[in-house]
Ligand binder design. Structure first.
Ligand code: UDP
Length: 381
């Protein structure tokens, strides 16, 4: 069986690894000159600092088998994501926790007092929040919403929060204690030598043939019995129904001496500040020492034809367009669509890996039983 995988990010790499383990040879294509997709890291030549080339990636999961899987390929160093935010010339702790509430309102509330206070200032008349704004007003009330979420979200998404779904904000916790861990997951860490080192190991198998700088086209695709496509689904179909909307990011790099901001990620809630956040990369690997430092100022904007897609927008218009692509895809033979771009969903790294592991098992089973390989392994709608 001749298998091609389009994309060497987590979905493509994990699929290739599992197929190779099961004795299949695979050709892995990627249009870029590196493996790892948007998780790619590289060592900066001038400073030796591990850079997250496409923005911060912190590994966190509750999924024990994913954690075990990824730990085969790297030592993971203890790392807790602690994010700060600058709002109106003050620095606050995120996610919104007891410290944030006390600092913002100039109080010394206990957990119960803070809970009652937030209840008194939040909008309890909203029963089932549908928009980001409703979710925020119900969750923390207007003052905290306008300080921490409104400006940041307009910059990040280019859309007013009353037009965005509540699900985006539901990713963030609200805590009535001093726990400032950005994530609630059981496992969290950073790969000791960066993410690219993980991809090198995942893909290290004689049966895996890497074809970088190479976008698989429909002519080449005929050479294969099956293609696992992890690129943008609309691109595969030459955008016949239009372009699915994404946000892309621009990073402005600066090199400084010493410590620039004292933490890895500093958000900027004010709408007047053009960037959403600044990442200081050496703080992602605090076990290394560097005299110099590199920061990335992060700017979000609409993704144009030649940009790298990051965040799927997934509003009503895009969902309708996605439906057309999904219907078209379902009619195809010899191709499956997977991953963040193939299914047009926001996916954390652990979910991406879990889905790829499960898809690979399904594929191996289908091949052994001579059954049709599914076009989708999850419902993208
Ligand atoms: N968000 C915000 N203010 C912040 C951080 C996040 O308003 O300081 C909102 C924003 O809309 C963002 C969403 O919460 O898209 C989810 O945040 P998360 O940190 O998960 O974003 P990601 O790391 O995926 O960019």
């Amino acid at each position: 069986m001749k298998i091609a995988i389009a994309g060497a990010g987590f979905t493509g790499a994990v699929l290739a690894h599992k197929f190779a383990d099961n004795g299949y040879s695979v050709d892995v294509y990627d249009s870029r000159n590196h493996i790892g997709g948007n998780c790619c890291s590289e060592i900066d030549v001038e400073t030796g600092i591990i850079i997250h080339k496409y923005g911060p990636h912190i590994f966190h999961t509750d999924n024990e088998s994913v954690w075990q899987f990824i730990n085969q390929f790297s030592e993971f160093m203890p790392y807790v994501n602690r994010v700060k935010t600058v709002v109106d010339s003050n620095v606050y702790s995120l996610p919104v926790n007891l410290h944030t509430i006390n600092q913002f309102f100039g109080k010394t509330f206990s957990p119960n007092e803070a809970k009652s206070f937030i209840k008194s200032i939040s909008d309890q008349s909203i029963e089932t929040p549908e928009t980001f704004e409703q979710q925020a007003l119900k969750f923390v009330g207007r003052d905290l919403y306008e300080a921490f979420f409104k400006g940041y979200t307009v910059k990040q998404w280019g859309i007013e929060p009353d037009k965005l779904p509540a699900s985006i904000l539901k990713r963030l916790p609200l805590r009535f204690n001093y726990n400032d861990n950005y994530f609630n997951h059981k496992f969290q860490g950073m790969p000791k030598h960066g993410y690219t080192a993980i991809f090198e190991k995942i893909l290290d198998n004689k049966k895996i043939n890497l074809r970088l700088n190479n976008k698989i086209n429909s002519k080449q695709s005929k050479e294969y019995d099956h293609i696992f496509y992890t690129g943008p689904i609309d691109e595969w179909f030459d955008h016949v129904y239009g372009r699915l909307g994404y946000r892309t990011l621009d990073f402005k790099k600066e090199v400084h001496d010493g410590d620039y901001q004292g933490c890895a990620v500093m958000n900027y809630g004010d709408q007047g500040v053009p960037y959403t956040r600044i990442s200081e990369h050496k703080h992602f690997s605090p076990w290394n020492n560097h005299d110099k430092t590199i920061i990335y100022k992060e700017y979000s904007r609409n993704c144009e034809a030649d940009d790298i897609p990051y965040y799927p927008i997934r509003l009503v218009k895009e969902k309708n367009m996605l439906m057309n692509y999904v219907n078209l895809a379902e009619k195809q033979e010899g191709i499956s669509f997977l991953g963040r771009l193939g299914t047009y969903r926001y996916l954390d790294m652990d979910v991406t890996i879990a889905e790829a592991l499960s898809a690979a098992d399904t594929v191996v089973d289908c091949i052994s039983k001579n059954k049709k390989i599914p076009v989708f392994f999850v419902n993208p709608i």
